[in-house]
Write a protein that binds this ligand. Structure first.
Ligand SMILES: Nc1ncnc2c1ncn2[C@@H]1O[C@H](COP(=O)(O)OP(=O)(O)OP(=O)(O)O)[C@@H](O)[C@H]1O
Ligand SMILES: O=C(O)c1ccc[n+]([C@@H]2O[C@H](COP(=O)([O-])O)[C@@H](O)[C@H]2O)c1
Length: 208
């Protein structure tokens, strides 16, 4: 029997935007994954001190955003536990639930890939993944040369790395929060339902 191939896409999603959605779909289709789970971080480990929108609201926007894609789902594995949402723990929990036969593909943008060696127990992360899947992000250089630097920081990473060419959308949650605070439009950068939710709930008024 062919193993189930599952995509995992972790993020703060504050808010989810079309950059996230476009790369998730591109990776799902190009790697022939059975499904893609979005994993909202309960307590993002690398954003201490930053004001993060309550998880209920980030989750509500995520639900609205993925509603039209039958291959997208949400995992509450990080929301349901206290403390920093370390990926190594998340993968451990998912492997316990789903077993070791399943193939796990964790999606990261290039900015996150460059930081991976600073995450908690990065070798433990790689050991539990079938592949780490990196996609380009405008503003970050991704070159084959760069693999040497990645490898120097985290030996073994390039054997576990797939680079997928996906649409390069220069959209970030930080910029969206700033745009809302300064009265600029966010239409067409987030799904319509997410835009409505943001304005109905007066989110991002300070732009932080
Ligand atoms: N436009 C984009 N293109 C490619 N990857 C992206 C893009 N936006 C986000 N990502 C990736 O999605 C994952 C989750 O990102 P996150 O939820 O932090 O969004 P963000 O836009 O980077 O937010 P912020 O600006 O608040 O840091 C990360 O791996 C990040 O690299
Ligand atoms: O495990 C870690 O130490 C770790 C450190 C930073 C980020 N992550 C994960 O990387 C994903 C993207 O993070 P972020 O902060 O860009 O939203 C998200 O799933 C985080 O939980 C994980």
């Amino acid at each position: 029997m062919t193993p189930r191939r599952v995509g995992l896409f972790g993020g703060t999603f504050d808010p989810i935007h079309h950059g996230h959605l476009a790369i998730a779909e591109e990776v799902r289709v190009s790697l022939e994954l059975n499904e893609m789970f979005f994993i909202p971080a309960g307590h993002p480990p690398h954003k201490p001190g930053r004001v993060i929108t309550p998880v209920e609201q980030r989750l509500a926007m995520l639900e609205l955003a993925i509603a039209t894609n039958p291959h997208f789902s949400i995992s509450l594995v990080e929301v349901d536990r206290p403390g920093p949402s370390y990926l190594v723990d998340t993968l451990h929990i998912l492997r316990e639930q789903w077993g070791n036969e399943i193939e796990l593909y964790f999606v990261v943008g290039w900015d996150s890939l460059e930081e991976l060696h600073t995450w908690y127990n990065p070798l433990g992360i790689l050991a539990q993944l079938t592949f780490l899947v990196a996609v380009a992000r405008p503003g970050y250089v991704e070159e084959n040369e760069y693999n040497k630097q990645l490898e120097a920081r985290l030996p073994g990473i390039t054997q576990r790395l797939l680079v997928v060419q996906a649409p390069r959308l220069d959209i970030s949650s930080t910029e969206l929060r700033r745009r809302v605070a300064s009265g600029k439009p966010i239409k067409y950068q987030v799904p319509d339902a997410v835009e409505s939710y943001i304005f109905q709930h007066n989110l991002y008024q300070t732009g932080q």
